[in-house]
Design a protein around this ligand. Sequence first.
Ligand code: EPZ
Length: 421
Amino acid sequence: MDSILVKGGGELRGKIPIAGAKNACLTLMPATLLSDEPLTLTNVPRLSDIATMTQLLQSLGAEVSSLQDGQVIVMSSRDAENPVADYEIVRKMRASNLVLGPLLARHGKAVVSMPGGCAIGARPMDLHIHGLEAMGATIELKDGYLHAEVPGGLRGADITLRFASVGATENLMMAATLAKGTTVISNAAREPEIIDLAKCLSAMGAQIDGAGSPSITIQGVDRLTGATHPVLPDRIELGTYMLAPVIAGGEVELLGGRIELVAAFCEKLDEAGISVTETTDGLKVSRRNGRVSAVNVRTEVFPGFPTDLQAQMMALLCTAEGTSVLEETIFENRFMHAPELMRMGAQIDVQGGTATVTGVDRLKGAPVMATDLRASVSLILAGLAAEGETVVSRVYHLDRGYEQVVRKFNGIGAQIERIKS
Ligand code: EPZ
């Protein structure tokens, strides 16, 4: 397993291009199953999760071809007859569960392996299941697989989500596009990726209103056409790289970054004494002066502070002036980066879903271990300003969600390298 060597060092300056959003692409790709015509996605990020979703769709009988060095994918599901999503693929990536709604809409049946838990939590699917049952499906768990069927086809329904689940909203939206009648999803997730999916489905002929609001209405249609859709910029990659010049000093411009994608995050950065300015090409970020001030953070569903930026923010607050309290309200076990940061000298007290961080002057480089995708990059961020060298092991987590991470960090003056093992 490869590792990444980070040499703590000086200020960072330069520009970083922001790639297409992993979490948008992972829901846009299964939408191909809803049409017999080609669906083309542009601005696609080059990530191992995209490769996994490609493998899954091909196993279902879809044709997926990658062009322009992976930045364009063309998918055709005309011959996709297999409704079974195999455990061997699904266990690698929870987002595989996003084929459930489209398979049910296309075939009237689906057999999708339960993803199993992951490092950050149990990741149940009850909200997906209850919503699809409301649309007429019968779903049974057997041998670790969800066996779903709806012989007469899905019917529109009024569905209220107990929790504004991103994945459940996406699965139900896609299923509802071909259902008979109207579906209303209340307490729907409002993330930008939901709006991007609605844009793509509408370009395919779906009738969707209210994406981005807590109530989404989908009027079922008989069929969907193909489309070409650009994947929106990755707000989590954006937020991650925004923190690099804040942790290490300097000034960096994030090309393609848009304030509205990271509004709550920018509010917290402003409170901590960080300057974020909009430029014609994106966002420019630097410390306003001297040290960063401690702030309190509570993760929430969009438009609140994103859980996917909690680990990165914790890395910053380890050397902020004062004591910060971080509350993780979305996942039950998303502080695994804390003990690794403590190996670097951070002072963190974790009690259940709350972590209290007391800022220290400087972290010290150390060997640390990546435990999940966002934790892995928070350790690199911590290493950028630490004294000495940090070696982050198990970086296969990183490859899932950050394209060309070594090149992008070194492009702004960082000194990191990948060590093959
Ligand atoms: C999406 O996961 C993202 N993944 C996650 O990003 C992100 O952290 C999460 O949304 C929250 O924003 C993709 O888009 C591929 P949820 P998802 O359903 O859809 C509970 C990353 O790092 N829940 O909104 O799985 C669940 O246990 C990844 O890029 C149920 O209880 O998130 C969790 O506590 C990590 N029952 C909470 O809701 C359900 O049926 C949020 O889950 C579904 C979810």
